[in-house]
Design a protein around this ligand. Structure first.
Ligand SMILES: C=CC1=C(C)c2cc3[nH]c(cc4nc(cc5[nH]c(cc1n2)c(C)c5CCC(=O)O)C(CCC(=O)O)=C4C)c(C)c3C=C
Ligand SMILES: [Fe+2]
Ligand SMILES: [Fe+2]
Length: 344
């Protein structure tokens, strides 16, 4: 048996031009785990509405953050892959759930190198139907159809792993050193509330009423909201933050459904209106900086805060290729390779 690793992130358009953004959004949003409505309704929403309106605006946003080497999300994920490869003695491949760097190509690349035991690493600290689940389901479908002789293990969500919380807390503390800030906002990518209810294995726990996520339940294994709020709680505990100096919010909503509250843009607005003069913001649903952190948070967020009278606005980068994060991820991979159990 030969081992190999497949790191998987979300993906980006091929270029920040509207036609490429449209193609990418078409694939992404037609995923039944992202826009989780019947096919006819999804087709109507995505092809009839979103793809006729959004690509132009999204392309303009991508243009603001695009690097000479390409999409920040892809470039940073490739750099992460290279650094992890330096610490691991078997092949480390990289794939994206959407776009040309497909999971099928990633699996094929490993198989071509003689790999038949694969460790699949969704690059998301929290479980969500629209991220981790869609990766795991597609990888298993591809395995069954094209690579039946390969085995696939996967890294579970690591939102509450003490070493991950340590690495994230150290990064936050380092970026806040010497900075003045009155409030630290933990902004997570949002999902429609319906996604949380759908993955409630108890069928009754997730009332999303303010307290369910703080009440222990087996539902939390698949509760994105609980897993996000836990990251905030654990980091705040680790760094000794006082109540009232930090909070959590959810960004990047799409459409008219009820998404997880409170919304990040409204929270930044409220903080500014309430007279907070300086704030910092961290985005722990992402391990690599991307459109949602570099444009929506670092650019739009600052603009909103300043319009409301805020002055100091500090954006904390994602873990990207920080050595402690690279080392921790490499350690989980090497642990998988040497033990029978898979845990983060
Ligand atoms: C971090 C986890 C993510 C979850 C959960 C998630 C859910 C989710 N996203 C959309 C719609 C869009 N997301 C977009 C960009 C985007 N989303 C994530 C991550 C999560 N999404 C990332 C890392 C990115 C950035 C990609 C990049 O190229 O840098 C976009 C595209 C950009 C835009 O037009 O704003 C859309 C659209 C839904 C509907 C959803 C859950 C149902
Ligand atoms: Fe998203
Ligand atoms: Fe909950």
């Amino acid at each position: 048996m030969k081992k190999g690793v497949l790191l998987v992130n979300l993906g980006s358009p091929e270029s920040p031009e509207p036609k490429d953004v449209k193609k990418y959004l078409g694939e992404f949003l037609m995923d039944e785990r992202v826009i989780d409505v019947p096919l006819w309704a999804r087709t109507l929403i995505v092809k009839g509405i979103v793809l006729n309106t959004r690509p132009k605006a999204s392309a303009a946003a991508y243009k603001k953050i695009w690097w000479e080497e390409g999409s920040p999300l892809i470039v940073l994920s490739e750099q992460l892959q290279d650094k992890v490869q330096e610490n691991v003695d078997f092949p480390v491949a990289l794939a994206m759930r959407y776009g040309s760097m497909s999971i099928k190509k990633g699996l094929q690349e490993l198989v071509d190198k003689g790999v038949d035991e694969i460790f699949l690493v969704p690059l998301y600290p929290q479980f969500a139907m629209a991220t981790t689940e869609t990766i795991l389901v597609l990888a298993e479908e591809l395995r069954t159809e094209f690579f039946p002789n390969v085995t696939i293990d996967s890294l579970p969500a690591f939102y509450n792993n003490p070493e991950y919380i340590g690495v994230l807390s150290d990064s936050i503390a380092r970026h806040l050193e010497g900075k003045t800030y009155e409030h630290l906002l933990f902004s997570y990518h949002g999902v429609p509330e319906r996604h949380i209810r759908k993955r409630d294995i108890t069928k009754s726990h997730c009332t999303i009423d303010g307290s369910c996520c703080a009440t222990p339940s087996p539902a939390h294994e698949f509760c994105y909201r609980h897993q996000c709020l836990e990251v905030t709680r654990l980091v705040a505990e680790k760094l000794g933050f006082e109540d009232g100096t930090y909070s959590s919010s959810f960004q990047s909503r799409l459409g008219f459904d009820q998404w997880l509250l409170p919304y990040t843009d409204r929270t930044i607005e409220r903080l500014g209106k309430e007279g907070v003069k300086s704030m910092a913001i961290v985005t722990p649903a992402f391990v690599s900086d991307c459109l949602e952190t570099l444009e929506e948070i670092a650019m739009e967020g600052e603009e909103i805060f300043q319009e409301m009278g805020g002055q100091g606005y500090t954006t904390i980068p994602c873990l990207n290729t920080d050595a402690p994060w690279v080392n921790l991820l490499s350690k989980w991979i090497n642990n998988w390779a040497t033990s029978e159990t898979v845990s983060a």
